[in-house]
Ligand binder design. Structure first.
Ligand code: ADP
Ligand code: MG
Length: 753
């Protein structure tokens, strides 16, 4: 009997096992059975040959129309050409020096043919395809294999044709011995049939109905097992000891609140109260705070940090880039005023110290920062990835705040948690933009969630317009005029470009070949060295959606053009990730204190940069940016009391997908709606991120976009099961499925490391 965890080399002969493992990365019977058919061909209905693309590895069901063998002029060998048809078009199968093929491949027979599509002259062909003939003439045994109406077609490789996979699957299905990870009552409540029946039905369906219910049931497995694993993670994490950080009536938090120049929104008060209560418990908080750009997440984080400091602990704030870390450092120091200057002449009596720790710091400030963290003198330590390094120590780390989390992985979160000595620190994660519910449940499923849905009152709306630079050049002129007008009224503006420029001048940075149109992330080199872990919101392929074919506009090219042209006389500064940290800091400072009018920058301004007097933003080559990224970018303007203006300049033609995307961004300010649109347009793997590669592998059928309801139900059921039986003592099959999934994720993680 074949069990799901049985290794394939114990079920198959060594050769078969080797191709299954080497070619398809399948190791166990469970892996093989979760290698699902990509589609089903219907007996008698032939594959549409017109749909084949050059270079593709294909399996087609077709009928043999003609067979000829002739002697090749070039080398005298024989060439056998088999013409197959779908009733409309044809495809040629070419066999060199295999004239014997003619005997088997007789006109009129149907067969499955597998190979790589190429073009010879004007004809599509497969050279030396693997094939299997179907039908009465093909022999009694083979005909019997295909009595069913539907023929599964598997994702195959050059070495292993689809029907060979089908045969291997059949072998294990016949002797399958499985226990169902879905508890019977859950199955019953949701009308789901058993696992064994589902595996049979998805691999050998009798009709369409069959594989459809099977797919639904197997999607449930994926969602339920993952959610049960996350529920367990939540359960165990919540059971760990943490130091309680009780709020104090008087202290830094009270002093901060008294200084705060605005009233907190209802949402901020609500999330703040939840967090305050969780910090006061002796088990660690693990909370995700998500919300609209500008909804005021940072204030909530500061208040949480102050509660912890008031109770004798320290807080660490992890930011994804140096620009952002520096900005947090400045703004938190400003907000706290004298309360951040402990030990200084003008420091308040109950003050603490705010310390910055980044990778590019000089040795001296760095040593001072390390000492402040280790001695406990610094109540708040702000930093980039440098905080994760082993020698960084805290006297009493009580709270870890991770800002703009989408750039950090779970492993990094764990690495930081280890820094608390006896008990685990409380953890607050903040996302940069709203994220769809399914992403929250899947990627951040081990965290509890608070959501800010409203913006602070008095915030003016941001008007967004698409500027078609090619068909309406006058609009572009007007764009720069508008920008001058804003500055004329004492306000400031951003110009954002997708690229830095002058790539050869930057050895050691990510190469940015300006001629490469297939490059997926022209901004990848723009991030600070200490910054991101390869996030995926960057610009897209140039040709998939009508973008211009020239290279993307660059800060270093645009700045002098604007300076000598439409923005002559204004005070311009540039900002990008390749600048020295001190220069970056100087540029940000100049912009923040108003001594620069226009900041010409890459997406380094995307996250969190906060200059309320900046009211206008021009995004050049806007189609190069993702939907959420544009939303995040425009969140930089309209942060004060003046209305914001965002102009998306593009050469993408009207009616192109790129243009539609920009129109959608212009049409709504609802970040949740845009996050769903973004999800629809990005590949699932991108959403899950590099650190989630293993998770992607275990989610084969489930899609975050389409399966929201199912994922929600599975989360509810799985949480109930785990709450009732945390170690899953009465659910051995579920426990085994979780272990297998975590093994996969772990293996993937180790491979990368
Ligand atoms: P985000 O959620 O994008 O991180 P921030 O925390 O940076 O937003 O807040 C955006 C701006 O709004 C900041 O300048 C902040 O000081 C201000 N702000 C936050 N909360 C309020 C409020 N309740 N009323 C008015 N302004 C606020
Ligand atoms: Mg922020």
């Amino acid at each position: 009997m074949a069990r799901l965890d049985e290794r394939l080399d114990r079920v198959f002969d060594p050769k078969t096992a080797k191709v299954l493992t080497g070619g398809l990365d399948l190791h166990t019977v469970g892996d093989l059975l979760r290698h699902y058919p990509r589609r089903y061909e219907r007996h008698g209905e032939l594959t549409d040959l017109a749909s084949l693309r050059d270079g593709e590895q294909v399996t087609v069901l077709a009928k043999i129309a003609a067979v000829t063998t002739r002697r090749m002029k070039s080398n005298g060998g024989k060439l056998t050409e088999v013409t197959v048809t779908d009733g409309h078009g044809t495809l040629t199968l070419a066999f060199f020096r295999q004239a014997w093929q003619e005997r088997a491949l007789r006109p009129g027979l149907h067969g499955l043919f597998a190979g790589q599509v190429s073009t010879y002259g004007r004809r599509r062909q497969l050279i030396h395809p693997d094939y299997e003939l179907i039908g009465a003439d093909a022999g009694a045994e083979l005909a019997a294999e295909y009595v069913a109406d539907l023929i599964p077609v598997y994702p195959a490789t050059a070495k292993l044709a689809s029907w060979k996979i089908a045969k291997a699957v059949r072998t294990v299905l016949d002797t399958l011995d499985v226990e169902d990870p879905l508890p019977a009552d859950v199955r019953q409540r949701h009308g789901l049939r058993g696992l064994a029946a589902a595996l049979h039905a998805i691999h050998r369906p009798l009709d369409e109905q069959d594989w459809k219910w099977a797919r639904h049931r197997l999607k449930w497995d994926e969602a339920f097992v993952l959610q049960a694993a996350l529920a367990q993670r939540r359960f165990y994490a919540a059971a760990l000891p943490a130091t309680e950080r009780l709020p104090r009536g008087e202290g830094l938090l009270a002093a901060f609140d008294a200084r705060l120049p605005f009233a907190l929104t209802a949402g901020q008060l609500d999330a703040g109260a939840t967090i305050a209560a969780e910090l006061a418990r002796d088990h660690p908080m693990h909370r995700l705070l998500q919300g609209e750009v500008g909804s005021g997440k940072t204030v909530i984080a500061i208040r949480a940090m102050l509660q912890v400091i008031d109770a004798g602990g320290q807080a660490a704030l992890l930011a994804p880039t140096e620009v952002l870390a520096q900005q947090h450092y400045r703004s938190i120091s400003d907000l706290l005023g004298p309360f951040s200057r402990a030990g200084q002449l003008d420091g308040a009596e109950i003050a603490t110290r705010v310390t910055l720790l980044t990778g590019s710091q000089g040795a001296k400030p760095r040593r001072a920062a390390l000492l402040d963290a280790a001695s406990g003198a610094a109540g708040i330590v702000i930093g980039t990835h440098a905080l994760l390094q082993e020698h960084v120590q805290f006297a009493d780390l009580g709270l870890l705040v991770i800002d703009e989390q989408h750039r950090f992985g779970v492993e990094q979160r764990d690495a930081l948690r280890e820094k608390a000595r006896d008990a685990r620190p409380h953890v607050l994660v903040m996302t940069a933009t709203p994220i769809p519910r399914t992403v929250a449940m899947t990627v951040y499923g081990d965290l509890d969630t608070s959501t800010l849905t409203e913006l602070p009152a008095g915030r003016e709306a941001i008007a967004t317009h698409v500027v078609p630079a090619l068909d309406k050049p006058r609009y572009l002129e007007r764009t720069w005029e508008r920008l001058r007008e804003e500055v004329g009224q004492g306000r400031q503006a951003y110009v954002v470009c997708p690229r830095i420029g002058e790539e050869t001048a930057a050895p050691g940075n990510a190469a940015q070949d300006p001629s490469s149109r297939t490059q997926r992330s022209p901004t990848a080199g723009d991030r600070d060295g200490a910054g991101d872990g390869g996030d995926s919101e960057d610009a897209r392929d140039a040709d998939d959606d009508g973008s211009p074919r020239r290279s993307p506009l660059a800060v270093l090219d645009i700045a002098p053009m604007l300076e000598q042209g439409p923005l002559a006389g204004l005070r311009l500064r540039i900002l990008h990730g390749r600048m020295h940290p001190d220069e970056k800091d100087a540029a940000m400072r100049a912009f923040a204190d108003g001594s620069a009018d226009v900041l010409i920058a890459t997406t380094v301004v995307e996250v969190g940069v906060d200059v309320p007097n900046a009211t206008a933003m021009v995004v050049l080559d806007a189609e190069r940016f993702g939907v959420s990224q544009l939303h995040q970018l425009r969140g930089r303007v309209g942060r004060g009391s003046e209305p914001g203006l965002c102009l998306l300049v593009t050469e993408a033609p009207e009616g192109s997908a790129a243009r539609d995307r920009l129109d959608a961004v212009a049409a709504t300010l609802d970040g949740f709606e845009l996050s769903r649109l973004d999800l629809a347009q990005r590949r699932e793997g991108d959403v899950l991120g590099a650190s989630q590669a293993g998770r992607k592998k275990s989610l084969k059928l489930l899609t975050l976009l389409a399966d929201e309801e199912l994922i929600g139900q599975a989360r509810q059921e799985a949480t109930a099961v785990v709450d009732g039986d945390p170690i899953l003592a009465s659910y051995p099959a579920l426990a085994a499925a979780i272990a297998a999934m975590l093994d996969d994720e772990q293996a993937e993680f180790l491979e990368k490391a």
